[in-house]
Design a protein around this ligand. Structure first.
Ligand SMILES: NC(=O)C1=CN([C@@H]2O[C@H](COP(=O)(O)OP(=O)(O)OC[C@H]3O[C@@H](n4cnc5c(N)ncnc54)[C@H](OP(=O)(O)O)[C@@H]3O)[C@@H](O)[C@H]2O)C=CC1
Ligand SMILES: O=C(O)[C@@H]1CCC=N1
Length: 267
């Protein structure tokens, strides 16, 4: 079976994507090769997912149909140097925060390149990925990239200049939501609930509310209004959230992540 997908960097996000691609049977394990310098990490990925692994990025690039760059932006130059000569096949997908198509193009001249920003819920097929393509990308290559990210969740195509904003919302967003769930459960424990029950209540409340907004297509403010009985418990809680700057804190978190993504791209 020939290698279809080469992944450079076998870290958190690479694992999230490959785990789901294999579970969805988008690719068989033997169709995936991961270039990763850390031996213990290679062993883990090979044993857990039965994918091929290599310490040699060039080997992974040479045999792959699609090359997914999944290293940290800080090591990109080293990685591009290790891939001197470019990938054997044309389609390169980069998930590096902040890094422009133009910068990837320097390592892969004349290649079709797609910049993507996925997120970790991809692991369970609930990911959100935004993609932007360079001019070399043919419709069938765009379709292939969409098929890869559709297998791990939802996909939206955006102009490249919006990718840093996407990173601030959906790329980094799972961390904010996880903090919210943790804090909601902590509040429950403070009010006397056993931890396991508080965690279950918090988790299902976040899941259920997201599902409610998605299915009804109501504005989040309408959902909030329906929960807040006059003189009731919810408005007492909402008033505290407003006083503590809850919404402002989230807006500023997105802005900070957006700016950090811009900074990571500056080189
Ligand atoms: N985590 C997330 O939620 C998301 C991450 N991203 C992007 O994905 C990329 C990876 O992030 P993440 O998975 O969190 O980071 P990780 O640090 O978990 O993964 C990066 C991997 O690359 C490996 N690596 C380091 N140097 C090289 C090299 N020269 N050649 C090949 N592999 C190398 C690292 O090995 P070692 O540990 O030994 O250094 C590590 O396993 C980043 O660019 C990030 O912006 C995008 C969307 C979401
Ligand atoms: O924190 C980061 O830089 C990466 C990009 C988006 C999510 N994680």
């Amino acid at each position: 079976m020939s290698i279809q997908l080469g992944i450079i960097g076998g870290g958190v996000m690479a694992e999230a994507i490959l785990a789901r691609l294999i579970a969805e049977k988008t690719y068989a394990p033997e169709e995936i090769i991961v270039g990763e310098p850390h031996g213990a990490r290679r062993d883990y990925l090979q044993k857990t997912y039965q994918v091929k692994v290599s310490p040699d990025n060039q080997e992974a690039a040479n045999v792959s149909e699609v090359l997914l760059l999944a290293v940290k932006p800080q090591v990109l130059d080293r990685v591009l140097a290790s891939l001197a000569g470019g990938a054997n096949r044309p389609l390169v997908i980069s998930i590096l925060a902040g890094v422009s198509l133009q910068r990837i193009q320097k390592g892969f001249p004349d290649h079709a390149i797609i910049r993507a920003m996925p997120n970790t819920p991809a692991t369970v097929g609930a990911g959100m990925t935004a993609i932007a393509a360079n001019k070399m990308v043919e419709p069938d290559q765009l379709a292939k990239a969409k098929a890869i990210f559709s297998a791990v969740g939802n996909v939206v195509e955006v102009p490249e200049n919006l990718m840093d904003a996407v990173t601030g919302v959906s790329g980094s967003g799972p961390a904010y939501v996880a903090l919210m769930i943790e804090a909601l459960a902590d509040g429950g424990v403070l009010a006397g609930l056993p931890r396991a029950i508080a965690q279950k209540l918090a988790l299902q409340t976040v899941l259920g509310t997201a599902q409610l907004i998605k299915d009804t297509e109501e504005h989040p403010a309408q959902i909030k209004d329906k929960v807040t009985s006059p003189g009731g418990t919810t408005i007492a809680g909402v008033a505290v959230l407003e006083k503590m700057g809850f919404r402002s804190a989230i807006i500023e978190a997105v802005r900070a992540a957006y700016r950090r993504s811009q900074e990571l791209g500056k080189k």
